[in-house]
Write a protein that binds this ligand. Structure first.
Ligand code: PLP
Length: 431
């Protein structure tokens, strides 16, 4: 086989599914010339804030938050202790996107942003909405009738469909979610009960996306949310950065040369963790260090960033099967929109076997009392990789000499909507 990845032994270790920490040799290089302008992050923040009153009217569960789709930054000393890390100068936090309202996962950020942007565009182009119309215009009977003639479709393993489908249907769109047949039954049921059309496909996530994309191409009144290259999803995720900065400040943590910030995020196709990284880099530059976590069976971003050539390379190309219990992360091919950006900004990626996901899921429950889905537990090992592996120590030495005083943010990405029986099953697997 021609050389696919560097360094040379990486291919063997990935094929053997050996958990590893890979450091990105391109960190700090210039972004590609066509990289999107950071002002788009602010646009997304404003779009989301502007529509809070609308979201509040659509979803009773948002009444208390005034329509805000945000999560808490939870101090995680108990998790730190449970994992055997002892230090009194650093601070651990868990960013609780597992409890984001309405959608129950990080997908609420990107998905809601894209649906809102599309709704605005359609209301403008077809409904004559003007810049002066209030956002309730989108809830009027006329607009509802307009939206009923438009389709918003998405291909999804579950969580993206839950976020796109539920909001699109609530706004009155014909909402369609293409799913692989093996997607979780409760996710399908939740969608159907909210008025979403679920179309099942054989094969993996990429097949469902392909089928959805093709169905949409023949219909000019269909917007297909393309997880493999969507800028609107990406900037919805990026908008999370500023609120995290405020939360860190409120927790008394500054981020600067002497107090670096380490953020670890589970990675599927790369939109969510990539957008958040892009947003955080725009705020904190070299003082923030972002790491992704991927299943040993599906390290698609790692494979793409370590590829010797620039062409798309998938986990199947190196002989992996993309089969993992972390259904939100079971993606064979990284986003072609996100990977060139992460090449310049990402610190590294570590890989996680399924049994570690379940172990960390259990530790999160016993130490912090939070219930996660397997994908959402992937980032928990991040600080351990940094502190205890030769690669982690090498990274700290060359990039973060003030590591001892860092803040660690572990992004937990989904779980609050998982039915109790399913949670009980996770607990049994983990025991
Ligand atoms: C989708 C998802 C991710 C990763 O997001 P990508 O944009 O696919 O990289 C992580 N955790 C959960 C629970 C998800 O649903």
């Amino acid at each position: 086989m021609a050389k696919l990845l560097h360094p040379t032994d990486l291919l063997n270790r990935l094929q053997a599914r050996t958990p590893l920490l890979w450091l990105n040799p391109h960190l700090g290089e210039a972004l590609p010339p066509d990289a999107p302008h950071p002002v788009l992050i602010e646009d997304a923040e404003q779009r989301i804030r502007r529509h809070e009153p609308l979201l509040k009217r659509l979803f009773p569960e948002l009444r208390e938050t005034g329509g805000r789709i945000e999560s808490s930054l939870m101090p995680a000393d108990a998790l730190q202790l449970a994992l055997g890390h002892v230090s009194d100068r650093d601070a651990w936090f868990v960013k609780r996107d597992d409890s984001l309202p309405v959608a129950g996962s990080i997908k609420a950020r990107g998905g809601f942003h894209e649906v809102l942007a599309v709704a605005e565009r359609i209301a403008r182009d077809y409904g004559g909405m003007s810049a002066n119309d209030p956002v309730d215009y989108l809830l009027s009977e006329n607009t509802k009738r307009l939206f009923a003639n438009h389709t918003i479709a998405v291909g999804s393993t579950g969580n993206l469909g839950l976020s796109i489908g539920v909001l699109a249907a609530a706004l009155g769109f014909d909402a369609v979610v293409h799913m692989s047949r093996d997607a979780k039954q409760w996710k399908k049921q939740r969608l159907v009960s909210r008025g979403v059309r679920v179309i099942e496909h054989d094969g993996d996530y990429a097949k469902a996306v392909d089928a959805g994309r093709q169905a949409a191409q023949s219909n000019s009144r269909c917007h297909f949310v393309d997880d493999e290259c969507s800028a609107l999803l990406f900037f919805g995720y990026a908008a999370a950065a500023r609120h995290l900065a405020v939360q860190l400040e409120q927790a008394g943590r500054v981020v600067d040369e002497a107090h670096p910030l380490f953020v670890t995020i589970p990675c599927g196709v790369g939109g969510a963790p990539g957008g958040i990284t892009y947003g955080l880099k725009a705020l904190f530059g070299q003082h923030v260090h972002c790491f992704f976590a991927e299943p040993v069976a599906s390290p698609c971003m790692l494979v793409q960033l370590a590829a010797v050539h620039d062409e798309p390379l998938s986990v199947y190309d190196i002989g992996l099967d993309n089969r993992t219990e972390a259904d939100g992360l079971a993606v064979g091919q990284a986003s072609r929109f996100v990977s060139p950006l992460m090449k310049a900004q990402l610190s590294g990626i570590f890989t996680v076997p399924d049994d570690t996901l379940y172990r960390h899921l259990r530790i999160a429950r016993t130490s912090l009392g939070i219930a996660l889905e397997p994908s959402a537990a992937a980032a928990i090992g991040g600080p351990g990789w940094l502190a205890n592996s030769p690669e982690g120590k090498r990274y700290i030495q060359s990039h973060a000499p003030s590591y001892a005083q860092s803040a660690h943010v572990i992004w937990t990405t989904g779980g609050s909507l998982v039915p109790a029986e399913e949670c009980a099953r996770y607990a049994r697997v983990a025991a």
